[in-house]
Design a protein around this ligand. Structure first.
Ligand code: KG4
Ligand code: ZN
Length: 343
């Protein structure tokens, strides 16, 4: 039963290649439906024009399915939260326009959500009647996705500050581009993770870039990996197929060491012992395991999101929308999406 005291948020996510709709009721998730786009696999990356067309096709069925599964009628919705950015402009336009159109027809407010804040607030998604173990403020969040790598000091749900970030490529890009170099399809991150489980992480060694402060850099690492593969394939044309598991294990272990070494330094420097990870790469099993190990060793509390809420999803957008609704942070109907949007 829905009463007019209930806060029902419909969240819409369309920033990259996943079309997703989710519904929260009084801050608890009822449903999270995502349509993935497989069309990009053979292109080695997301093709923006194909992504926005696929969003147009998927958005209505995804929203319908979310309402149906949650047993919510459109008129029960209190507000519509949507991803305004950062992301691919054509993709963002689909979600933003849909949110505006629906809000106009229902006479409900819209709430813009920053995708990166959404990833972090995925840690606050809970099921009805669940009392989950959530990070306490202030906490540090390492947000690692296909487009971003940031260390964020989270002071409150809607009060955060970036204390370090990549100066070039993102961690997810490093995974995906190395996978592409090995001839693996997009997105390669989950595949590297899969093969790495069967390989020897100490078989091949790589060097770390030197980057100031709590910042990261992945572009030199990517080149290092490319030259390594080119050199080895020259000596043995079957090098990749004969050693795939060991290459993935060694390379993944290197990337995870790099990510966590800076994160640990940031936690020590800021005196923060609540540590979380978020974004697509936080689904990586080694990153999750190594963060747990670091937490145990240092006596820190560490938090990893449920798998469903690591990669792009509307649950995190609805959740952020809920917090903004409580703050009465609504957007005007003439708001436009934007490819770049700082936290
Ligand atoms: O957050 P996300 O879904 O989209 C962006 O906002 O970019 O992140 C997608 C990224 C891709 O680069 C993908 O390869 C990576 O997350 N990813 C992984 C794993 N699962 C997804 N990387 C490493 N290991 C994984 N298990
Ligand atoms: Zn994302």
């Amino acid at each position: 039963m829905i009463t007019n005291k209930d806060i029902i948020i419909l969240g819409i996510e369309s920033s990259c290649d996943d079309t997703s709709a989710a519904i929260t009721k009084n801050g608890a998730i009822l449903v999270n439906i995502t349509a993935n786009q497989t069309i990009h696999e053979s292109y080695g990356g997301v093709v923006p024009e194909l992504a926005s067309r696929a969003h147009q096709k998927n958005i209505l069925p995804v929203v319908h399915e979310a309402l149906k599964q949650a047993n919510i009628s459109k008129t029960d919705i209190s507000a519509i939260a949507f991803t305004r950015g950062p992301g691919l402009l054509g993709s963002l336009l689909v979600g933003t326009s849909f949110a505006k159109g629906l809000a106009l027809s229902l006479n409900r407010p819209i709430i813009e959500v920053n995708h990166m804040i959404g990833h972090i607030l995925a840690h606050f998604i809970k099921k009805p009647n669940e009392e989950p173990n959530q990070p306490k403020f202030p906490f540090l969040c390492l947000t690692v996705s296909g487009g971003h790598t940031q260390i964020v000091k989270v002071k409150d749900h809607l009060d955060m500050e970036i204390i370090g970030e990549t100066i070039d490529d993102a961690a997810g890009e490093a995974f995906d581009k190395s996978a592409k170099i090995m001839g693996l399809p997009y997105p390669g991150g989950p595949l590297i993770d899969k093969y790495a489980k069967l390989g020897d992480p100490s078989k091949y060694t790589f060097t770390f870039p030197s980057v100031q402060g709590f910042n990261y850099s992945f572009s030199g690492l990517k080149t290092q990996f490319l030259y390594f593969i080119q050199r080895e394939v020259k000596a043995n044309p079957n090098f990749i197929s004969e050693n795939l598991n060991d290459i993935c294990a060694s390379w993944q272990s290197h990337l995870i060491k790099f990510l966590l070494s800076k994160f640990k330094k940031a936690a020590l420097k800021h005196g923060i012992s609540e540590l979380a990870i978020a974004g697509g790469v936080s689904a990586n099993s080694e990153l999750r395991n190594e963060l747990e190990a670091l937490g145990k060793k240092q006596g820190w509390n560490v938090y990893v999101p449920a798998f469903e809420y690591c990669t792009d999803n509307a649950g995190m957008i609805a959740m952020t929308g809920h917090f903004k609704y409580l703050n009465e942070e609504f957007s005007e109907l003439n708001i436009v999406p934007t490819a770049r949007l700082p936290i």
